[in-house]
Design a protein around this ligand. Structure first.
Ligand code: PLP
Length: 819
């Protein structure tokens, strides 16, 4: 490997360890923080970070995967493995940062450090696009800008690189010093200063000062005075400074931003002359990010002409992995954003998380890793593919084709994207998950078009990271040992099926629960193996329940007896879940029925009670707190009665989402979390702490001027008394946009502006009043997102978020994101 490497002794010195008992020799070139992701165990160093879970609990797993070098902070592990090197430090994350810093400082490359409230990643990626012709660049992968992300990024620097571009993100005071000390930028870029993370700081000034700590020692500082008003210019960092502004005097003084056909021509004064450039984007954020890149090119000494040529070629940066439906029952993960090893590893993890198909195919282009020897590069990739269970490789490009002999899996190779497309009919895709990962110049979007189903213009986007974050939010509230049952009934509250269940299984929920047997079957067919409870187990489906190892909810004697009759005489201990009625009066055993229930259960060993549970009727509302306590007492009493006779332990559970946030005493052995995973909790004011999971988008089909006397839509219900402009959009009640939203009740967002419906909602379309706005066919329309929330929509028509979400019809395509 030509990556950086340190001997274990050197590393002990970097950590300034007073005593280190070296058990075995080792040269370290890989830092591992996830015990599942190990490619070369003998040269890997595992850091037992204290993150969501204590990394020490994964040491055993890492050891089993062959790792023999560990950085720990818990002395209990010092002599756990006689043949392993244990580096005992006070703070494992600090140690990782020290090592990253040591790697960084051994190279004399030029480093650009970027921070700011927004745009860090886009500016970093665009500078990479703009400067790649002149430098061997190392940059942070994706948006790795945290205390951990920065350290991992810096570790990747090696002797080949002559320019580094790293972003730094902070959310609280006193976080920047550690990042600055690692990154040590020579050039600093402050993108902007906005509202993000305002809650972490006492004032905007405090936040600004914290961010500027990154630039303490820079030689060149690129910024806009619009964001640094509160600081005296003399106190700004940088021996040399380069400023840009739309509002005031600056080195690059923007005069005008003129839209032309989806792009923007920008004119400015620079060195007393008027110059211009074309930014090939139309949204405001891209214009600002483009100007920052423009300023940077000029500050680095590029001529205005050269800068213009390069900026016009910028391409969109998408940092998300998208999971879509493909042709022939395939699932497609689309990631053509960057092709380097760290981002490939991330994408392969996401591929690995998909269980819906046994076969996993990777379509991979040549990687752009300047300076790396082809053999080494592709040997590393081959090891990665083996470890990530890739079943088939389709390699595209001359370099990967030359390395064909290194891959020990089913593989075919093509010289170019063109030749793959020409041979496409001969390459079969069927019932598999396909990861598409290609460097920009290979234009994999052409392949994406061939293998994905066309997406209808209305899509529900599901952010899987946000969903995982919400799960963690509730986990943090649980006592140790309390299990989690994730409620994925009604297609995960309208959000998906195995796609969501895969994620929940990966994050180790203990149970899943669905309403009907066929939902459970769909999950099993999608490769989900965690226990699944079925809440309405129709007797006609008992056969399927047993065949797919689903666990029925038993809510009365009749269903219990029928299930017992159905089971073979040979079956023992089939898991069932007893529903107890403590006040909902929907399904479940009443207290008076327990004696009969216990008689039947005692007489048969065909079933075994896996759990007993009840459901709270008003856990989200203070008004019902007395009733909630009453339900909990009744449930406990009835569960005790069951325990006394059954003589074996079973899981007790009663809490739903709001139960977890408002009634810690009701956690018992397990909680059932539903709507909270999807970002709502009636018991949390403003859903504080939860992230938005679902965004519903559609598009404008047509824009039409309307005269004062005209009417709009069915039954002539709509009109614009002063005349105006309407936009017809592709969503109607058949998509789940209720007719109740008609006639001005519903609002949508176009280009950030709220607009109202006019007239009645049709089956597949509806009309919006866009009078006075610059709206055209093809514009994106937000039905709900983090600003116009599902809760807002629910309020508009007098319902609850649950109904809005679950009403979105199955014909609206779901697209899943993972970052
Ligand atoms: C739907 C459901 C839940 C989840 O409720 P949320 O309020 O969405 O968390 C829990 N238990 C049962 C029995 C349910 O039907």
């Amino acid at each position: 490997m030509n990556n950086s490497s340190f001997s274990i002794g050197q590393i002990a010195d970097i950590f300034e360890l007073k005593s280190f008992d070296q058990k075995t020799k080792a040269i370290i070139d890989k830092l591992v923080i996830d015990s599942r992701i190990v490619t070369a165990p003998e040269s890997s160093l595992f850091f037992a970070l204290k993150a969501k879970r204590d990394g020490h609990t994964f040491i055993e797993d890492a050891y089993r995967n062959g790792i023999r070098n560990f950085v720990i902070s818990d002395p209990g592990y010092l002599s756990a493995y006689p043949d392993a090197n244990m580096l005992m430090v006070e703070d494992v994350l600090r140690a990782l940062q020290q090592l990253a810093r040591a790697n960084r400082t051994q190279y004399a490359l030029k480093v650009i450090g970027i921070t700011g409230s927004n745009g860090k990643t886009i500016v970093k990626e665009w500078l990479y696009q703009l400067l790649a012709a002149d430098f061997n660049i190392i940059r942070s992968p994706k948006s790795f800008n945290s205390q951990l992300g920065v350290a991992l990024s810096l570790w990747e620097i090696d002797a080949q690189h002559n320019l580094g571009i790293f972003e730094a993100g902070i959310s609280k005071p006193n976080e920047m010093d550690a990042l600055a000390d690692m990154i040590r930028p020579e050039i600093g870029i402050l993108t902007n200063l906005g509202e993000a993370h305002a809650e972490g700081f006492a004032s905007n000034l405090e936040k600004l000062k914290e961010k500027l700590k990154l630039f303490k020692h820079v030689k060149l500082f690129i910024y806009s005075p619009d964001y640094t008003q509160e600081i005296d210019k003399q106190a700004l960092p940088g021996k040399r400074r380069f400023s840009w502004s739309i509002r005031q005097e600056a080195d690059l003084r923007i005069l005008a931003v003129e839209p032309i056909e989806g792009q923007n021509q920008i004119r400015a004064i620079y060195k007393h002359a008027e110059i211009e450039c074309l930014i090939p984007f139309s949204d405001r954020a891209s214009i600002e990010n483009g100007i920052i890149c423009w300023a940077t090119l000029l500050a680095l000494g590029y001529t205005p002409q050269e800068a213009d040529v390069r900026l016009a070629k910028l391409t969109r940066v998408s940092m998300r992995l998208e999971l879509k439906n493909g042709i022939n029952q395939c699932s497609v993960i689309d990631d053509s954003y960057s092709a380097d090893i760290p981002s490939l590893a991330i994408a392969l993890d996401f591929l690995n998380l998909q269980n819906q198909h046994d076969k996993r195919t990777l379509i991979l282009s040549d990687l752009h890793e300047t300076g790396k020897d082809n053999e080494f590069l592709y040997a590393e990739i081959a090891a990665l593919l083996k470890q990530k269970n890739v079943s088939r490789l389709i390699g595209i490009g001359p370099n990967i084709t030359a390395a064909a002999h290194l891959f020990e899996l089913e593989a075919v190779f093509f010289d170019s994207t063109q030749s793959f497309i020409a041979n496409f009919p001969a390459v079969h895709f069927n019932n598999e998950t396909i990861l598409l990962k290609g460097a920009r110049k290979f234009e994999f979007e052409r392949i994406s078009k061939l293998i994905t189903q066309k997406i209808h213009d209305t899509v529900l986007q599901i952010d899987l990271n946000a969903l995982a974050g919400n799960l963690q939010f509730y986990r943090n509230k649980l006592r140790p040992g309390v299990k989690v049952m994730a409620m994925v009934k009604a297609f995960s509250y309208g959000s998906g099926s195995f796609e969501i269940a895969n994620l929940l299984q990966y994050h180790k929920v203990d149970y899943l629960a669905v309403a009907y047997t066929d939902e459970g079957i769909a999950l099993r067919k999608g490769g989900i193996s965690v226990p699944i409870m079925v809440m309405s187990p129709e007797p006609s489906a008992f056969d399927a329940i047993v065949r797919y190892k689903l666990e029925p909810e038993i809510y009365n004697l009749d269903i219990l007896e029928r299930f017992l009759d159905f089971l073979d005489a040979g079956t023992t201990d089939y898991p069932i879940h007893l529903k107890i009625d403590t006040g909902m009066h929907r399904l479940g055993f009443e207290e008076a029925e327990l004696a009969d229930l216990l008689k039947v259960l005692s007489a048969s060993n065909r079933v075994k009670v896996a759990s007993a549970f009840s459901h709270l009727v008003g856990s989200d509302d203070e008004i019902h707190d007395d009733f909630t306590s009453y339900q909990l007492r009744r449930f406990t009493a009835m569960a005790d009665e069951l325990s006394a006779v059954l003589q074996y332990p079973f899981i007790r559970h009663i809490s739903n989402t709001s139960g977890v946030s408002r009634h810690p005493e009701a956690q018992l052995d397990m909680v059932r979390i539903g709507i909270g995973l999807y970002g709502f909790d009636g018991g949390l004011a403003g859903n504080r702490g939860l992230q938005t999971v679902a965004v519903l988008k559609t598009t404008v089909t047509q824009v039409k001027p309307i005269k004062a006397a005209e009417t709009i839509g069915y039954s002539r219900k709509g009109s614009l008394p002063n005349g105006g402009l309407i936009a017809t959009v592709k969503i109607g009640y058949a998509d789940g946009y209720s007719r109740a939203f008609g006639n001005g009740v519903g609002k949508m967002l176009i280009n950030g502006k709220a607009v109202s419906t006019v007239g009645v909602i049709c089956m597949d379309m509806c009309m919006l009043d866009v009078t006075g706005l610059d709206v055209k066919a093809g514009d994106e329309v937000i039905v709900f997102n983090e600003k116009l929330t599902i809760a807002d929509l629910a309020n508009q028509i007098g319902t609850i978020p649950y109904e809005i979400l679950t009403n979105i019809s199955q014909r609206v395509k779901r697209v899943y994101f993972y970052e």
